[in-house]
Each structure stands twice: as C-alpha cells, then as structure tokens.
Design a protein around this ligand. Sequence first.
Ligand SMILES: CC(C)(COP(=O)(O)OP(=O)(O)OC[C@H]1O[C@@H](n2cnc3c(N)ncnc32)[C@H](O)[C@@H]1OP(=O)(O)O)[C@@H](O)C(=O)NCCC(=O)NCCS
Length: 239
Amino acid sequence: MRYNKEFFDLQIRFAQTVAALIDMPIEKALLDYTNIYVRFGLGRAFDQHHPIWRCYADGLSQSVDLCDWTYGFYLARAEVTQTRSTVATSGCFSYAIHNAECVRIHFENVEPATVSPLSIDRLPVRREELRSLFDHVRRNQREATRVAGTSWLYNLRSYRRCFPDEYSASVKVAESRFRNMSLWGQFLDRHGAVRVGVAENFTRRLSHIANLKDLVCSFPLQALAVEAPIEQFYRFYRV
Ligand SMILES: CC(C)(COP(=O)(O)OP(=O)(O)OC[C@H]1O[C@@H](n2cnc3c(N)ncnc32)[C@H](O)[C@@H]1OP(=O)(O)O)[C@@H](O)C(=O)NCCC(=O)NCCS
C-alpha cells in the first residue's frame, strides 16, 4: 500500500516535538521516533550509517521543506520490496517466525476499499484467511508453540473478534513502539489516508507536551501485545 504524504507529515511533526523536548538532533528523532526508516524499505536495524538513510539524512539539512523532501524520498523508494521476513500471507494476514517457537501475526488491508476489512460482514472472510494461515503454520512450523502479536489494532473489538478469546484477553501495553506501524497504523484509514479528526487531536496534544510521559499519552491508542499457546488457534480455526 502506498501511504499519503499526510502520514509522513504527522510523523515528522512528532519527531520535531521530540527533538525540541529532549534537545535531540532531528535526524536522530526521525530515526528513533517515527516509522520512516521502515517505510523506506531499509529493514529493522535502524542503522544511522545505512547508505540510503545517510543519503536521506544528509539531504535534510539542504532541503527547503523537510516534509516535501521526506515524501519525495519515500516515493522514489516506494517500489522497493519491503524486507519484513514474512513466511506466508493469506489475504489481510501474514505471519513471521520470531524464533522457532513463536509465530507473529501481521495485518495489512488488501480489500477493495468500499468496505472496512474489519466490518462484521467481512468477519467470515477474515476468519477463513486466518484458518488458511494456521493450516500453513501447522504443516510447516512443527516447532511453533506460541502465537504473538503487537498492534494498536488489539484495542478494537472488530479486530479482536478474528482471534481466539484467550489470545485477545492477554493484552499488555507494549511500550516504545514509536518506530512501528503497531502504533502509527491507528492514524490510517483503509485507503492508506490519514484519519483527519484523529490526526488533528493528536497534533493539538503535541503542542501542549511538557515531558516524555506526555509523548506516549499523546497517542489516542497504545500498542498492545498479545500472546497465547498455538493449540488454541488450531482449535479455534479447526485445523
Ligand atoms: C485497520 C484499518 C483497515 C481500519 O480502517 P477503516 O476500515 O477505514 O476503518 P473504519 O473507520 O471503517 O473502522 C472500522 C472499525 O475500526 C474502528 N477504528 C478504526 N480506526 C480506529 C481508530 N484510529 N481509533 C478507534 N477506532 C478505530 C472503527 O471505530 C470501527 O469499529 P466498529 O466496527 O466497532 O465501529 C486501517 O486503520 C488500517 O489499514 N490501518 C493500518 C493497518 C495497521 O495498522 N497495520 C499494522 C498492524 S501492526
């Protein structure tokens, strides 16, 4: 999915707030407090010396408009394959292996945009995608014993109902997710556009931030971590 410029503008605004608050260079704030490195398709090492990141960071000081420079850079990188280590994909869901024993679930909307992928009408489709995904896991990941996920999406009943109750009920707040879609994804709608009202409230809160704790609280929803034994998934999806 190609994301709108406003999604990057919002993250840059956040990075500028962080930079001013803790007296950090803007380049470092963009690396540590936004999802931009990942959106450039550079993986998850967050290496400030990565040659492509260097090219972007060096251009920051020469650019007239930081937001224009960032979005132009993203568009030029947009065809680059994302490097997430996905093992298999089924519709909106995919999984990666965290270590041999733990399967991690990811979500990305791939539905035609007329209807929310999380609507009750699409629930049977989502569950069937997960059934197929866990069928793949069962046949190919013999050592897997646990399933884990981290996302703002676990705040939503419409997302949690796709999964076994025990998994959804295990939620704990996941801290320091500033670099991840598991936090920033809440500002997007199903078209990849920024949700205007949510973003405006967020920006308003940023202008009143006085300390580090306020940074976390400025996000309407927190990223939540969930985890459960894999047997519960095999039972729930009947695979
Ligand atoms: C999930 C996603 C498809 C929802 O977008 P959408 O379909 O346009 O959202 P809708 O406005 O139709 O809302 C669908 C449901 O989610 C809720 N919702 C969606 N975004 C929300 C937000 N930011 N805050 C609160 N609720 C939200 C709606 O209230 C609605 O719930 P309901 O059915 O109980 O009324 C979209 O946010 C998205 O693709 N986000 C990026 C995905 C992501 O974060 N991936 C990384 C996961 S780690």
